[in-house]
Design a protein around this ligand. Structure first.
Ligand SMILES: [Zn+2]
Length: 145
């Protein structure tokens, strides 16, 4: 899933259950749950970069709204959003290696699991991700009212 969908879902968890010892582990688990649903993915570098760029802007907008509006438990919402996105950081070292022209390292056990659950990664996955983002953004705003 896109980072913004992981972040919003993590924030929804923290808004619904504002207890760090419950919300943060659930936010971490939610990453793998969302990745196991059909979502955006492509082998086209150009298409990937466009969505990656848009995702980055939405993440900036999301955290800016959180920091400016400071809804109740906003720090927990921000941390939970970050925790929900964080498993994708495991792809960073290999992405940097590829960018530098260095061969990738072999995937470890958690990376293989993380890759294998993403059976439904397709370019048409945006047709699921966009309504998903709208619905869970609405839920987040409704809870935080
Ligand atoms: Zn992931």
């Amino acid at each position: 899933m896109t980072a913004i969908n992981h972040a919003v879902f993590g924030a929804v968890i923290a808004a619904a259950i504002p207890h760090p010892y419950v919300a943060l582990p659930l936010a971490l688990v939610s990453h793998f749950l969302l990745d196991s649903l059909p979502h955006f993915g492509t082998t086209s570098l150009n298409e990937f970069l466009k969505v990656f760029f848009g995702d980055g802007i939405l993440i900036l907008v999301f955290f800016t709204i959180l920091f400016v509006k400071q809804p109740i438990h906003w720090q927990l919402l921000a941390i939970s959003a970050f925790v929900a996105m964080s498993p994708d950081l495991m792809w960073m070292p290999n992405a940097l290696r590829v960018a530098k022209g260095i061969p990738r390292k072999k995937l470890n056990g958690i990376m293989k699991f993380h890759k294998n659950i993403q059976w439904g990664e397709r370019p048409w996955g945006l047709a699921i991700e966009i309504p998903w983002l709208i619905v869970f953004s609405y839920i987040l705003v409704s809870i935080e009212r």
